[in-house]
Design a protein around this ligand. Structure first.
Ligand SMILES: [Zn+2]
Length: 287
């Protein structure tokens, strides 16, 4: 307790408030029966009540400021937790950056034949790779209220991309290649549909190799448009982690600034408490 000379009054604040000087309750009347607003009857008492209210507000400031100067303060606890989260994000980022690059596995230049695209409704796209005949059709979507047709997604009707995987591909790489080829034929089909819609010429020569160029970044494959889905996914994860890192760092800085701000207020808070206590004491001692 920094202010021992006021302790007596502070520990019994109701006494001075409820029983202003010279106003003792009539004998035999229970305390609860007294008029509740009696305290505000005298200007001194209402001033005292006001001071006590201010004292409670300033007390909160003082407690915060004192806490901020202790080594085990709540800001520091949160800073430690944020530091642990940051370390975890850094580990994830490092792991993402250290993913092994697979050896490149180019696919044979099996030509893509019978390429055709029609914009008649429903729009359709077809092509053949090896023994697989691919057919995509646009879903005919109608607006709920019977309005104009909404351009739908291409739906694959025939063709199995997985069947295009050469027997020479090692078993451990086949699932990833199957995923890539399944997506890659769709990317190719969408490009054909878009070319037809824009009255652009269809590709004259394209091959299975064009749908699965080795990606130098990860050792996977790039699609017809040159996008590697694995790298795109990793880049997205990296962006998320870096955004999370910035957020955590900003939060940590804010905690430190808050702690500093409160610690700096300690002398002011102490002086305000002392000033108010002095005023309360003066009122209490008034004749
Ligand atoms: Zn890649």
């Amino acid at each position: 307790m920094p202010w021992p000379r006021f302790r007596g009054k502070r520990n019994d604040p109701a006494a001075a408030f409820d029983q202003p000087r010279g106003e003792t309750p009539p004998p035999g009347m229970p305390a609860s029966a007294r008029p509740v607003r009696r305290a505000s009857d005298s200007p001194e008492a209402s001033r005292l009540a006001q001071l006590r209210q201010r004292r409670a507000l300033v007390d909160f400031d003082l407690e915060q400021a004192e806490a901020a100067t202790r080594p085990d303060n709540p800001w520091q606890e949160r800073i430690v937790l944020l530091g642990e989260s940051l370390a975890s994000v850094d580990r994830d980022l490092a792991a993402l950056g250290a993913l092994p690059v697979e050896p490149p596995l180019p696919l044979p230049p099996t030509p893509i034949t019978d390429i055709a695209a029609s914009v008649a409704e429903p729009a359709s796209v077809r092509f053949t790779i090896g023994n697989e005949r691919f057919l995509f059709e646009e879903e005919t979507d109608w607006d709920q209220r019977g309005g104009p047709r909404i351009e739908g997604d291409l739906q694959q009707r025939t063709g199995n991309a997985e069947a295009l995987i050469p027997a020479t591909i090692p078993p451990e790489r086949r699932p990833a290649l199957a995923r890539h080829l399944t997506d890659s034929v769709i990317v190719f089909a969408v490009d054909l549909r878009d070319r037809a819609l824009n009255s652009e010429p269809l590709p004259e020569s394209a091959s299975l190799a064009d749908l699965s160029q080795p990606c130098p970044e990860c050792g996977g494959w790039r699609d017809w448009r040159g996008t590697c889905e694995v790298c795109a996914q990793r880049n997205w994860q990296g962006q998320q982690l870096r955004a999370e890192r910035s957020r955590l760092e900003a939060e940590r800085l804010q905690e430190e600034q808050d702690r500093h701000k409160w610690a700096e207020r300690l002398p002011i808070a102490r002086r305000r408490v002392a000033d108010i206590d002095a005023e309360i004491a003066k009122l209490g001692d008034a004749p």
